[in-house]
Design a protein around this ligand. Structure first.
Ligand code: ZN
Ligand code: ZN
Length: 175
């Protein structure tokens, strides 16, 4: 969703408030694509400070489905976004990357709300996602979800004496 900023820029100290819809349906990252399962309208407020400087505020709440790191079940992760950005739309692209590298959401005189919030979501992205603290994960042999059932696979390396025998055998073979 693009918001035209030329109105705000035409008047000193003018403020524009709008409620818009987030257009993106999923979060695409290097690690994968994650569906947005619910989203609220985005409240955007743009305030003209001076010259071509603007203060951009955006507020919303979205829920993204992210697979659990251990068992791969979808986890509903809520992002409560409330960001304030100070941008200068008068600077050239080269200057922007040097001084205000976060303003890739400004395209000419348009504010790209999706891009702005995408950046916020990425910076909020959890390092670890677990469906629950004690998630047992998947069996490394057969893939059984160990939260919902057990399997008969032998856990490799369970008995330390066995691994000593294996190492001896390996050395023997190498000779
Ligand atoms: Zn899990
Ligand atoms: Zn198994």
């Amino acid at each position: 969703m693009l918001i035209n900023l030329s109105d705000v820029l035409s008047d000193q100290h003018k403020t524009v408030e709008e409620t818009v819809r987030l257009e993106m349906e999923e979060i695409r990252m290097k690690s994968g694509t994650y569906p947005i399962i619910s989203k609220e309208p985005v409240h955007v407020r743009v305030e003209h400070i001076r010259g071509k400087e603007l203060l951009v505020n955006a507020e919303t709440r979205i829920v993204v489905a992210i697979p659990c790191d251990r068992c791969l079940d979808d986890v509903k992760r809520e992002f409560v976004l409330d960001c304030a950005k100070h941008v200068d739309v008068g600077l050239s692209d080269a200057e922007l990357t040097e001084e205000l590298d976060e303003s890739n959401f400004i395209d000419g005189y348009h504010l790209d709300v999706d891009k702005l919030l995408y950046g916020e979501i990425l910076s909020d992205w959890p390092v670890k996602v677990l469906c629950r603290e004690d998630c047992k994960g998947l069996c490394k042999v057969c893939g059984q979800n160990l939260n919902t059932g057990s399997c008969n696979c032998e856990e490799p390396g369970l008995d330390p004496r066995m691994s000593v025998v294996r190492d001896l055998f390996k050395n023997f073979k190498e000779v």
